[in-house]
Design a binder for this molecule. Structure first.
Ligand code: IPD
Ligand code: CA
Ligand code: CA
Ligand code: CA
Length: 285
């Protein structure tokens, strides 16, 4: 009804505003002559910079001030006393302050701030801002998805042998997940009806945006987190695409498995060609 929509509009405009504000912080850091310094988290390919922490703090501060009753999940504060990685029906802001931290460290221009708002365990708002290319992907439930204000749509591709597929190794390279992702990339690349191309941007959120805007047809990853996909799921749905579990069942935001696709037909082909890997629900760090 009207009440809900007005409420969503308010959240949407607020989320766009804080995404730009967070973007400024990261853009300023990138203007320094030195490349950003980082520290390792779980392994040498899993890194964090002070900008990740700064942006998350800024977004959390803004949200807490505006919506004190809402819940928060953010990559850099998860499992602290402040936030737990648990989705309830309460309005929950799910934030990846910098998606593509290794890109950020190297200056590879696919770095995004991802802000998802879930209400009653359903996505209401999704914002993914590529702060280097100044590309704002966004969606508000029921109102379509846009890139810098222009409507976007998935490709509608149904043939695996014509598909362009986004996939990732995962930044933690936990051996089972990396092996599973690699095996699946291999089977997609070498299937008799091999696809047009496999690409990895190093940002889950932006991989999703490629599918939403129709320049790629699918994205597949095992081992990603809820903050990598919370915003993207709505952007895909609002651009006419589908999100599901990698085995084709209903998507579970906390399952660390995602397949998103231009069409259900293509998704079915991909599910047939790839092997699932079961992950524990909790973070295994
Ligand atoms: C990572 C990136 C990467 C994906 C990993 C994520 P981060 O996020 O999105 O593309 O493969 O699964 O963890 O650590 O750069 O925010
Ligand atoms: Ca990270
Ligand atoms: Ca991420
Ligand atoms: Ca991150």
């Amino acid at each position: 009804g009207g009440v809900v929509n007005t409420e969503f509009d308010e959240y949407y405009n607020f989320a766009l505003k804080i995404a730009r504000e967070g973007g400024k912080v990261a853009q300023t850091a990138l203007k320094q002559t030195e490349k950003p310094t980082f520290v390792e988290k779980t392994c040498s390919s899993d890194v964090v910079t002070k900008t990740d922490v700064e942006v998350e703090k800024l977004l959390f501060d803004r949200i807490r001030k505006m919506y004190p009753a809402h819940s928060l999940i953010g990559e850099e504060s998860v499992d602290t006393s402040e936030t737990a990685c648990k989705l309830t029906g309460n309005p929950t802001w799910i934030i990846d302050p910098i998606d593509g931290t290794s890109n950020f460290v190297h200056g590879f221009p696919f770095v995004a701030i991802s802000i998802g708002l879930w209400i009653d365990k359903k996505p209401a708002i999704g914002i993914i801002y590529n702060l280097i290319l100044d590309q704002m992907y966004s969606a508000c439930r029921g109102k379509g998805a846009t890139l810098n204000g222009e409507k976007i749509h998935v490709s509608g591709q149904t043939d695996l042998n014509k598909a362009f597929i986004m996939c990732e190794w995962g930044s933690q390279r936990v051996i089972e997940w990396a092996t599973s992702n690699r095996d699946n990339m291999f089977s997609l690349a070498t299937a008799p009806n091999q696809c047009h191309g496999l690409r990895s941007l190093g940002s889950s959120a932006l991989n999703i945006c490629m599918v939403a805007s129709g320049c790629a047809d699918a994205y597949y990853e095992t081992g990603l987190h809820c903050w990598d996909m919370a915003a993207g799921i709505l952007i895909i749905e609002e651009s006419g695409g589908v999100c599901m579990d990698i085995e084709g069942g209903e998507l579970d935001l906390m399952s660390r498995r995602l397949l998103c696709c231009s069409t259900p037909v293509l998704a079915k082909e991909i599910v047939k060609k790839t092997k699932p890997l079961s992950l524990k629900r909790d973070d295994e760090n």
